[in-house]
Design a protein around this ligand. Structure first.
Ligand code: GLN
Length: 549
């Protein structure tokens, strides 16, 4: 008989943003390190069919998977904690997607005249999505988006309640994350919000098995016992999710309290203890860096750092690899345009221009790139950042004064960034994004005996990276760019159209000036920092050390 599949459902209570994604991912990491195969699933209670069209201002970054799925930033957390799972569009779905599937089936006559209802049709669809995503793994950890008590989450909660009965009590575990605030005036930790949120769960038929309590201090045993008593669990099943300096500490904190042991016991998963030594030494390096360096991120959504979540995490990973702490300095591109914040550019040890859409702040970003290129400051351009680096180089080195992108000047005469020929035939832009993983061939040497920075970082000539963009470097201008010294160090051959696409550019006469059309940040893991981020941080560290001599 096949191994029995296990499910852990993670719900959140009291309020949002108390760390449900990180908690779920930390459990995933611990269980994976115990030697079983783990996948993670996110169910979001909003009506957008996917988060691809949502404003990062409101929602944080769009995280892209290999298959081109545009998902929530929680999939980013999962990817940074769980290594073995192959995430795809199955791992993240919204109420909108569930309804869309059910309504299409209804229109196609798939329900043979039945009355379509939330129970059972919507809940059945939710369960089948969960089971489908969990199919190839021993354990699926399913995070229910939203907060218990929201109207929107009810169908998800009903579906997971049903799953416990269907899968068997020993195969399903409910983990509930709540908040235990410390009230200074009373000098007390308050358990009432937790009691209420568990009461609400029990009213809809879910008895949590494990409570994770977000607090600013470790819960004493008597508080755990009290929470247990009111919430119908033993004090042993109540864990502190204490605030930490660094999210990567969370799994260790849980492990020290015996959380994974308790889960393994309750689910009947017989494995050894996890080996967390590599993880612990990574944290050690983060806590005791040789030095601090600063990286300027020149962007538009500067007030909302979650829009660049994967980039800042990848920089932290690159820092751990180089024994440095990376301090992110957010620089507003529109302020640079007005001539402000130049001092920030001069003070940072590296400049990163991330991806983006739309014209706002573009000229400010180009200014930052020009500064980095002409002042020998390490520069990393990602997606839009690479496109702007090409524009800057075309304007200032190739003397194509009106060089621009078709994104901003659709009828411009010198669009060094343009739509591919095959895309120009489309009359609307829908569906023309290059999304997901594409292979890229690296150039090994820029001239005999000189390895490209790309090859030095990856130590490999064929790589695969994730994309999310519409425009490309125009091949028409490549000879001019090359003639003035820009090295095309990565290329993709489009097997359908035969077109060759520029994937990476770099300047060989600069300590580290590199742009890539893809998003390397999506593939970085704390124990396996992305080679480009590790190499960029290394160059910034070098500049920092030279400056402090
Ligand atoms: N706006 C650019 C394009 O569509 C870059 C996109 C990005 O940076 N993700 O090609």
């Amino acid at each position: 008989m096949a191994k029995q599949k296990k499910y852990i459902f993670v719900t959140g209570g009291v309020l949002s943003s108390i760390g449900k994604g990180i908690s779920a991912a930390s459990i995933g990491m611990l269980m994976e390190q115990r030697g079983i195969s783990v996948t993670m699933i996110k169910m979001d209670p909003y009506l957008n069919v996917d988060p691809g069209t949502m404003n990062p201002f409101q929602h944080g970054e769009v995280f892209v998977l290999d298959d081109g799925a545009e998902t929530d930033l929680d999939l980013g957390h999962y990817s940074r904690f769980v290594q073995g799972a192959k995430f795809s569009r199955k791992n993240s779905f919204t109420t909108g997607r569930i309804y869309d599937t059910v309504l299409r089936r209804e229109r196609a006559g798939g329900y043979l005249g039945q009355t379509i209802q939330v129970i059972p049709h919507i809940t059945d669809e939710i369960k089948s999505h969960i089971r489908d995503a969990a199919a190839d793994y021993d354990l699926a950890i399913v995070e229910v988006g939203g907060t218990v008590g929201d109207i929107e989450s009810l169908p998800f909660l009903e579906a997971i309640r049903q799953m416990k009965a269907e899968e068997g009590a020993g195969n399903v575990l409910f983990v509930h994350l709540t908040l235990v605030p410390y009230i200074g005036a009373a000098g007390e930790l308050k358990t009432k919000p937790t009691q209420h949120s568990v009461k609400e769960l029990r009213e809809i038929g879910i008895q949590p098995d494990i409570l994770l309590c977000r607090t600013d201090r470790a819960l004493p045993q008597d508080v755990k016992d009290k929470i247990g008593l009111f919430c119908n669990v033993s004090g042993r099943q109540v864990f502190s999710a204490t605030d930490v300096k660094n999210i990567y500490e969370v799994p260790l904190l849980f492990n020290q309290q015996g959380l994974d042991e308790e889960i393994a016991e309750k689910l009947g998963i017989w494995t050894g203890r996890p080996d967390l030594s590599k993880w612990a030494s990574m944290i050690e390096r983060l806590h005791h860096p040789e030095t601090d360096i600063s990286i300027g991120i020149v962007g538009k959504y500067i007030d909302w750092h979650d829009s660049y979540k994967s980039i800042s995490e990848a920089l932290i990973h690159g820092g751990a690899a180089n024994h440095v702490r990376v301090n992110m300095v957010y620089i507003d591109a529109e302020e640079l345009e007005k001539g402000n914040q130049q001092d920030l550019l001069a003070s940072v040890d590296g400049i990163l221009v991330p991806g983006g859409f739309g014209e706002r702040g573009i000229e400010g970003k180009i200014k930052a790139i020009h500064y980095a290129r002409t002042h020998q400051v390490p520069f990393f351009g990602i997606c839009l950042g690479m496109q702007l680096a090409v524009i800057e180089f075309a304007r200032n080195e190739c003397k194509i004064v009106d060089a621009n992108s078709a994104e901003f000047r659709p009828n411009g005469s010198s669009n060094v960034i343009d739509l591919m020929e095959s895309q120009k035939a489309h009359t609307d832009l829908g569906g023309t994004m290059r999304l997901g993983a594409y292979p890229c061939q690296l150039l090994k040497e820029s001239k005999p005996g000189t390895k490209t920075k790309a090859f030095l970082a990856y130590q490999n000539e064929s790589i695969s990276e994730r994309h999310r963009h519409r425009f490309e470097v125009s091949n028409q201008f490549v000879p001019q760019l090359k003639e003035k010294g820009l090295v095309i160090s990565g290329k993709n051959l489009n097997s359908e159209t035969g077109e060759e696409l520029v994937e990476m550019v770099e300047s060989p006469d600069h300590p580290w000036f590199l742009g890539c059309q893809f998003h390397p940040e999506f593939l970085s893991h704390p124990l396996k920092p992305h080679p480009l981020f590790a190499s960029f941080v290394e160059a910034a560290k070098k500049l920092h050390q030279e400056r402090s001599k």
